[in-house]
Design a protein around this ligand. Sequence first.
Ligand code: UDP
Length: 398
Amino acid sequence: MTDAPARQIPAEGHAARPLRVLILMSRTGGGHIASARALEAEFHVQRPDARITIVDLLTDHVAFPFSRMPATYDSVVNHTPRLWHAMWRLTALAPVGRSSAAVVRRLSRTRIEALLRTSAPDLVISVHPLVNHLVLPVLERVAPRIPFVTVVTDLGGIHPLWLHPRNAAVYLPTERAVELAVARGLPRARLHAHGLPIRADFARAAAERGDSRRAFGLDPGLPVILVMGGGGGIGPMEAIVAATADALSAAAPGGPAAQIAVVCASNGALQARLAAANWPVPVTALGYVDRMSDLMEASDLLVTKAGPGTIAEASIRGLPMILYGFIPGQEGANVDHVVEAGAGLFEPRVAALAERAAQLVTADRDSLAVMAERARALGRARATQDIVASILADVLAR
Ligand code: UDP
């Protein structure tokens, strides 16, 4: 790491002066904020003097109408996925991505400059691909010696906007992603593969299964199929729950052989509908869940869209997955990541998914156990610790 911008922090200096870290994210989905908070918590462990500021750059510091993008993201990817895919692919063409970012940057420069001046960071971390081309060129003018680091929060398909050449370091989820970044021209010495930054709960042992099931209002004695749709409760979750409940009831007519827990997250309307319905097996509709590590440990099978954070977390907990869909663009390659490893299946047809899910938790527990082991092998429980340790040693201490 020789040619990246660097700023010397005195080795003994942090007792006298706190380390100010600015983490830039945006609330497009739940993954970026989850990663930002995981990094914040780990900085507090490894550098107790660190002062972390987490900012939603797109919502709060870019010009209208681009500032509306996070608020409309869930609806766009849910209702017009082809439009989203077209935008993703277009901006993945380097000249289009760079020039689109340049337009937004020009319109937002004063606000971005103000953010950098008032927060006066010692280090800037991006956990969002759209941030880099908006902020790096402004940072280079305002404070050229402050290092800018990117922590990639995608598992498979790495959008080129993540890979700005002026990154002091880029933290990627896998060696395969590192190869991709090298092929796109980034110096290997600035690339690290530690996994996705996952909140600290996942690096510790989870609570005992029966206790967690009770705490979430679940039956402690019944296997759990956990249904998730990212931070926005995205996808045909209602149809999946209905079909899976029917399949479970048909698989064990004498009484429920398993139950369903649904994480509706911010989708309050979905939670209300699920809670009001009558089901042939127990169905528990949850809102936003903080103790995701315990809930995953308490579950036997996850049915989810191919969100990178959810997949990385489930892997750590050895939770096999059936992926019902993916956000076109950034999540397509996540499906390959899971299926090629044998940690799960891809099944977008609701009826077939429900049949397979019911089979796995009842008659085919051996296959479920094999998938669970393969999922566990993908898990990178120490990712957040390793990323923060590397930022402190390889970027700040240079
Ligand atoms: N999440 C959570 N509680 C919820 C719903 C989601 O903590 O009730 C977390 C989930 O554990 C994961 C993130 O939100 O860390 C979702 O990220 P992912 O990359 O899977 O999907 P996105 O929402 O970004 O599309």
